[in-house]
Design a protein around this ligand. Structure first.
Ligand SMILES: Cc1cc2nc3c(=O)[nH]c(=O)nc-3n(C[C@H](O)[C@H](O)[C@H](O)COP(=O)(O)OP(=O)(O)OC[C@H]3O[C@@H](n4cnc5c(N)ncnc54)[C@H](O)[C@@H]3O)c2cc1C
Length: 417
């Protein structure tokens, strides 16, 4: 389906090789952590890139905690995702070094491991099971007795039953990261268009570009669809290639100390009466507490119940949280898929590449996703671990778009990102 015949133009702010008649090598739809990482890496590979987004970094990437935690987040039944997540985590040190060198920005990448603690006896039993599973998978985790947990993090409650420490699970600040990525893209001459993409234009066999909300058509031989939870809703997408993403709501809190003291030296995850929680200290005095998992469609409201649940669980394992100020409450929508694996790679529509469906792991997987998409754009072999994210896998093509199940609330013990 072709869009309007007008030539590509952008009335929105742009930097770089903006040219009304110019056809870039690739259009990236969406400027969250996935789209921006992809655009930056593509331009480093010598491609001419346009990024289109009416509100960059306003989606899930703008609220995420930024855990890079394949080990403490491993979930039963998601073993096939683990290899990808571990490969994703391994990309982060170089990605950070290059991004910080390119921009001079500190993206808050903290590499001091993650401590996972259990609150009561049942939680401790669940933790023991999880530890057995982690060991069975050959992951690097050390058991910690209660007093060892408190020696490591003195502000933990004495009620903590014990824990495990994952030295390789780290975290980054997604807001700093997206700001640095936007800066790196600008410096490399990426053109940005602040409009919503309304339609993917194609002739039935190959992609021709996109049409934006102002009616302008933007032509390009390749389009990367990285619009998070909106990726499946664009007009013009043939049903066979429309990504089956569904919104999975997460509420999250940002707390601050009143006197600059830090309650925690590193990230702490907790299992608290069956609920999963994490507390992530930033280098400044911010403490991020997250996150709920709710299947409520596109609702992004922050609820009293969501805030209460998070605070109750946080205070149970770190009582000093009660003294902090509640600086921000937010909710975001994770792009989930039928099998909760991402969708990264070429589709049956020539030139259309998906980079979406990252659900709980979009920050973690941004560098490896960008690497895979750039390989795809250059006709090179992508990293082997991305194979589980093939958009043409049967788990996706056999299911079709999944609708949300309104009202169902999920607070799985092992899934809080
Ligand atoms: C509470 C919470 C905590 C999380 N914690 C973690 C964590 O600790 N670690 C981790 O790895 N992941 C975490 N995640 C998941 C992570 O945030 C997502 O997987 C990731 O941000 C997805 O990135 P994205 O770029 O695909 O999507 P988004 O960040 O949602 O970006 C999509 C972009 O597309 C744009 N867009 C939408 N429609 C259009 C359109 N029509 N045209 C053009 N642009 C459009 C939007 O404006 C937006 O900027 C968390 C998520 C939530 C909600």
């Amino acid at each position: 389906m072709m869009g309007d015949a007008a030539t590509a133009t952008s009335s929105a702010p742009h930097v770089g090789r903006a040219d009304a008649d110019r056809t870039p090598d690739v259009i990236v739809v969406g400027a969250g952590v996935i789209g921006l990482s992809t655009a930056w890496r593509a331009t480093l590979a010598g491609l001419d890139v346009t990024v289109i987004d009416p509100a960059p970094a306003s989606g899930a990437s703008g609220v995420a905690a930024g855990m890079l935690a394949p080990v403490t987040e491993v979930a039963y039944g998601e073993e096939s995702l683990l290899r990808l997540n571990i490969a994703g985590a391994r990309r982060w040190p170089d990605f950070t070094a290059e991004l910080e060198a390119a921009t001079g920005h500190d993206i808050g990448h903290q590499r001091d491991g993650t401590l996972l603690v259990a609150f009561d006896a049942d939680d401790h039993a669940a933790l023991r099971d999880l530890h057995g599973f982690q060991q069975h998978l050959g992951l690097e985790v050390d058991r910690r007795r209660s007093r060892e947990c408190r020696a490591q993090e003195p502000m933990l409650s004495p009620r903590i039953r014990g824990g495990v420490f994952a030295p390789g699970d780290h975290h980054v600040d997604p807001r700093r990261t997206t700001a640095a990525l936007a800066e790196a893209c600008r410096a490399r001459g990426v053109t940005t268009v602040a409009q919503p993409v309304e339609r993917i234009d194609h002739d039935g066999e190959r992609v021709l570009g996109v049409t934006t909300g102002d009616g302008a058509t933007h032509t390009a031989p390749r389009v990367v669809l990285a619009a998070g939870v909106a990726s499946g809703a664009l007009h013009g997408l043939p049903a066979s290639v429309a990504p089956p993403v569904r919104p999975v709501k997460g509420q999250i809190l940002r707390l601050r100390s009143r006197d600059g003291t830090r309650l925690l030296s590193g990230a702490v995850r907790g299992i608290v009466q069956g609920r999963s929680i994490y507390l992530v200290p930033r280098r400044d005095d911010e403490l991020v507490v997250g996150a709920t998992q709710e299947e409520l469609g596109h609702d992004r409201s922050v609820t009293a119940g969501g805030v209460r649940e998070l605070l109750d669980a946080a205070v149970a394992i770190v009582p000093g949280v009660d003294e902090l100020t509640l600086a921000e409450t937010a909710a975001g929508l994770r792009p989930g898929t039928p099998d909760n694996h991402p969708l990264v790679g070429a589709t049956d529509l020539d030139g259309l590449i998906l980079a979406t469906g990252h659900h709980r792991h979009g920050v973690l997987l941004a560098p490896i996703t960008a690497e895979a998409v750039v390989a795809c754009l250059l006709g090179e072999t992508p990293p082997a671990e991305i194979e589980v994210a093939d958009p043409r896998r049967s788990a996706v093509t056999d299911t079709g778009p999944r609708t949300s199940d309104p009202g169902r609330r999920v607070d799985d013990v092992r899934s809080a990102s």
